[in-house]
Structure formats: structure tokens, C-alpha cells
Design a protein around this ligand. Structure first.
Ligand SMILES: [Zn+2]
Length: 317
């Protein structure tokens, strides 16, 4: 039976239910935990996070994939407690959001070292938590092109994915030619890679989404809810209708099986105020109603939020 690593142990892929595939319990830049202005008590973090996860569960959510990388506030013992209390399956990641958020210890490491670290977190566990990573996070540093360090991390991730059967999820899908060249050289099938943030307001125009799909990659329309209509929108916001039309156009071109959707929200951001009014529950409160109103039928919605994530997250070995 195919299985997926959650923080409370492996489960059959069939039990994931509806999946939010790109989310954050709490994302912050390395060092934010040392800042006295932004430091939050455990009580504050629980108070901000638990109601959102409970609502997610009440709406019919099954699994929350936390793609907060190493060095960005990943806190697996905390995730275990949240999962146990709310009944939401939580999948944690190994890897880095981008080379530019890796602390010097990792930034100076070789491909082989990074690969062994990722494999350890997937097969033995993350630190002393006993929880195994269920996905590998990689990403493109700020600037729009993959840096030498980004490429080292992508190559290590590809080797770890081939070794363990755990998939890769990317932050940004720009400069995909370089990413795909690395994955291909390492013998990784591109259906094991979810190219994320193809829909964000900064990068959508620069992202070759159709070309990536034609190469066999999966596409993440995963910044739903970061809208210019928000009271105080972030720089990566995009008009609501424009993003929705982008997804519908992509599905209309025959790529439904390659699409995953999510909200990239923070339950309790670390070291920054977060984006007011945006939570993981955008998926239920806005996105799914919008998709229904646009004429997407129930089987297509199930494909998008249940079947595609189950195939993607299943460990292939
Ligand atoms: Zn994210």
C-alpha cells in the first residue's frame, strides 16, 4: 500500500483526505526566534494556530503539508502536538525554502552532505522527534535565477528523492530549465516534482507553466488568497479573478492531473506580521466556491485536492 510520512507516523495515502499541499504553521527568517520584538510565547502560538486547524478539520480538511524548511522555524514537536489535538494530519518537510534562507553551516555543505542529511530526515527522523519528513523543499533564492547554492540543494534533493521515493516541492517555478536539467541528470521522474508558486503576482508572467507540464512536472497554484483586494496586500499579491482565470485556463488546456492548489498561509507567522485576513481556510471559504461557480464539477475538485496530492505525496519505492 502506498504511504505518506506524517509527523505522527506513516499513513496510507488513501487516508490523507483533502490536502492543503503548500502551507505553513509558522514561517520566519533564520534568527527571528532571537528577536525580542517578535518572540511569541507558546500560548500565543497555540492560540493563533489551533482555531485555524480546527476549522480546517471542520470544513473537511484532512492533511496540512507544512513546507517551512530547515532554518525557517520548522518545529516538529509542536506540529505533533497540534496534529494530535486537532486531528489534522501534518506532513513536515526536509530541505530549504531557498539557498538564501540556509544558515552558513548548510550553505557551505557539499551536495553529498546535504543529500545524506535529507535522507536521514526522511528515513530516520528529524532531530530527536522520531518524525520523518514527507516531502523535500527546495527553492530559488531572491533574484530570479538559481544560485550555485540553490543548484547544490536541488541536486542533493534530487538524489534524496531518488533514494527514498519522497517527492520534491519547489518555492518558485522560475528558471525551471536549470531545475529540470538537474532533476533529469539525476534520473528523477518529473512527476515527483511539484513546481510551486506558478500563480503568484510577481512570477506568474515569467513562469513557463505549460512547458513545465509538457516536461512531466506538476504545477502548484498555491498562493491563492494573496489578493490585491486585501486590506494590506503583500508585494506578491495578484487580482483575485486573474489568478483564478489562470488556474481555470490551465485546467482547460488539459492539465488537471498535473495541478495542485493551496493557500501558502501562515497559521502564526514568526518575526513578521503576516498577511491579515489570509488563512489556509481560504481553500474552503473562497477557492472551492469560486471553482464551483466557474463550473468545475465535483470529480474535478476531488482530483485537485484529494487524488493529485495523494499520488504526489505517496512514497514511491
Ligand atoms: Zn510557502
Amino acid at each position: 500500500m502506498s504511504r505518506v510520512n506524517t509527523v505522527l507516523g506513516p499513513i496510507p495515502a488513501e487516508e490523507l483526505g483533502l490536502v492543503a499541499v503548500h502551507e505553513h504553521i509558522g514561517y520566519g527568517m533564520p534568527g527571528s526566534e532571537l528577536d525580542t520584538t517578535w518572540w511569541k510565547t507558546p500560548e500565543e502560538r497555540y492560540a493563533e494556530t489551533v482555531p485555524k486547524l480546527r476549522r480546517f478539520r471542520e470544513y473537511g480538511g484532512g492533511t496540512f503539508v507544512d513546507v517551512t524548511g530547515i532554518c525557517n522555524g520548522r518545529d516538529v514537536d509542536y506540529y505533533k502536538s497540534l496534529s494530535a489535538k486537532t486531528g489534522v494530519h501534518i506532513v513536515a518537510c526536509t530541505g530549504f525554502v531557498g539557498g538564501d534562507t540556509a544558515l552558513p553551516f548548510f550553505a557551505r555543505a557539499s551536495v553529498d552532505y546535504l543529500m545524506r542529511h535529507f535522507v536521514h530526515e526522511i528515513t530516520a527522523g528529524i532531530g530527536d522527534t522520531g518524525s520523518r519528513a514527507g516531502v523535500i523543499k527546495v527553492g530559488v533564492s531572491r533574484g530570479g535565477r538559481m544560485t550555485e547554492l540553490d543548484k547544490r540543494i536541488y541536486r542533493a534533493a534530487a538524489r534524496a528523492a531518488v533514494t527514498t521515493g519522497v517527492p520534491i516541492l519547489t518555492h518558485l517555478a522560475i528558471d525551471a530549465e536549470n531545475a529540470i536539467a538537474i532533476f533529469t541528470e539525476e534520473g528523477l521522474s518529473l512527476d515527483r516534482v511539484l513546481f510551486g508558486h506558478v500563480d503568484d503576482g510577481v512570477n506568474a508572467d515569467k513562469t513557463r507553466d505549460i512547458w513545465i507540464a509538457e516536461q512531466g512536472g506538476r504545477l502548484g497554484f498555491d498562493t491563492f488568497g494573496y489578493e490585491t483586494e486585501l486590506e494590506d496586500p503583500p508585494f506578491w499579491a495578484r487580482p483575485r479573478k486573474e489568478r483564478l482565470d489562470h488556474l481555470l485556463r490551465f485546467i482547460g488546456q488539459g492539465h488537471l492531473d498535473k495541478v495542485l492548489a493551496s493557500a501558502d498561509a501562515n497559521c502564526s507567522p514568526l518575526g513578521w506580521p503576516g498577511v491579515k485576513g489570509h488563512t489556509v481556510n481560504y481553500i474552503f471559504e473562497d477557492l472551492i466556491p469560486d471553482l464551483r461557480a466557474a463550473g468545475l464539477d465535483e470529480p474535478a475538485i476531488t482530483t485537485l485536492f484529494v487524488d493529485n496530492p495523494a499520488h504526489f505525496l505517496s512514497i514511491k519505492n
